[in-house]
Write a protein of this length. Structure first.
Length: 115
């Protein structure tokens, strides 16, 4: 696995470009900070999209039933694996780390789908 830091000038076009590729994946969101500790905000919900709005300086992670907003992001890291993007880590203005892990939905075996 490799981790890369995105330049702030890339954020909007990067998320606009990959949002449709990530649609249908499942996402888990973990928030980690010294003040709060580690907390899971969402557990493996369907991902609808992820965007960055430079005007409001906010990252929006849209999941089924949850809209997770990250105001004033300072740094964004992408973790790539053999099967594509595995996770994002977004550090906000309060030094909280928002870790968005990705995975493909579980597929039923072919024999179970035909019943």
């Amino acid at each position: 696995m490799t981790t890369r830091k995105l330049d702030k000038k890339q954020w909007r076009t990067f998320f606009d470009g990959i949002s449709t590729m990530l649609e249908g994946k499942r996402a888990e969101i973990e928030v980690a900070s010294l003040r709060l500790g580690d907390q899971v905000e969402a557990e493996w919900l369907p991902l609808l999209g992820i965007t960055y709005d430079p005007k409001d300086d906010i990252v929006e992670v849209a999941l089924e039933g949850l809209d997770h907003l990250i105001p004033k992001p300072r740094e964004i890291y992408v973790e790539d694996g053999a099967e594509g993007m595995m996770a994002f880590e977004i550090v906000d203005a309060d030094d909280e780390r928002q870790i968005i892990k990705l995975r493909d939905p579980h597929m039923l075996p072919a024999s179970a789908q035909t019943r």
